[in-house]
Design a binder for this molecule. Sequence first.
Ligand SMILES: [Zn+2]
Ligand SMILES: [Zn+2]
Length: 388
Amino acid sequence: MAFSADVKTSTAYPIPETQKAWVLGDPGELILTEKPVPAPDRAEVLVRIDAIAVCGTDIEVIYQGPPALIEGGLPFNKNWTPGHEYMGTIVALGKGVDEYEIGQRVTVEIHAGCGQCKRCREGMYTSCHNYGKNYGDQNKGHRANGFTTDGGFCEYAVNNINTLAKVSDVMSDAEATLVVTAGTSMYGLTELGGLVAGESVVITGPGPIGLLGVAVAKALGASPVILTGTRDNRLAIGTKLGADYVVNVTNEDAVEKVKEYTAGIGADYVLECSGARNSLNEAGKMANRGGKICLAAFPHEDVPVDVMHLVANNIYVYGIRGEGKSGTRRAAALMDQKRFDATLIHTHTFDMGELPEAIRYAKDRVEDAIKVVVTNSFAYAQKAEAAE
Ligand SMILES: [Zn+2]
Ligand SMILES: [Zn+2]
């Protein structure tokens, strides 16, 4: 591979000129193609993708487009590769990079931000004011792989070093793909104040972010941790991840149960991960006076909100986007210490060649899929060769 002299590579990790990559065609259409392997620039590395998880947001992006933004518009038919929850091995270092080594296992967070706007300077790089501006004379160098720049449904991706978290050998590849999901839950709890030890936390919605929200809240000492949802099998996973109480809202009144479990006053924090129609109003009634609500799910319709209840009870409402303020690294630290077993939400595995099937499992929740992980046989062949 002919990178410029600024880029460090190693014969232990040979890099081909081109790679197999999935690109998005029309809505819902994924096409397997051949693309050049990108070169890492200053403060960037090249990651060989070993495994990648499918996220609900990938499905939004593949079928609807937003929040992906490619060259200022929809992501369709732009030779663009989606996918953002990946982990892998560093195989090349861009100019000036001495923070990481070739051969190191890393997992990634998504948003590198532009690094020059007000929000990036505050650590809120997922709210970068230059989101998607990385082309032509608009170029602010913003990167959010799998949203505004090429993602991970391929063999190699370029990452800014600020988006990397080291993965130790106690974590499997599949487990490492789940770090960014736990990082989103961590960011939500961070925005609510972070110091949740001894405080009551409700998590609504046992999807991947909700379930790992339970795990992170419990690992940070929250008590009690209450999970609400509609599927008993998912609630049971919540119990294994540390929920003190679970409430199935199809046959129990969630607000009443939360009151019962919090000495009648309601919860200090509610992390809303369901996106359900009445979720904000319910969260308002679950929270105690002066309590805080974090909205972490994308709802699909406009909803009427009981603002009077929120104002009269001094309830704070926060919206979060993704995984800011280095939440991913803190989540990785908890997972490294085996404070919870994120793999409980990993239900299915496919090879990268079968990506459309993996997406179908995640989209249609085939066999009640929660997290579907896709592994790269190309990378595993290289690993096997290196081990010989
Ligand atoms: Zn995601
Ligand atoms: Zn920015």
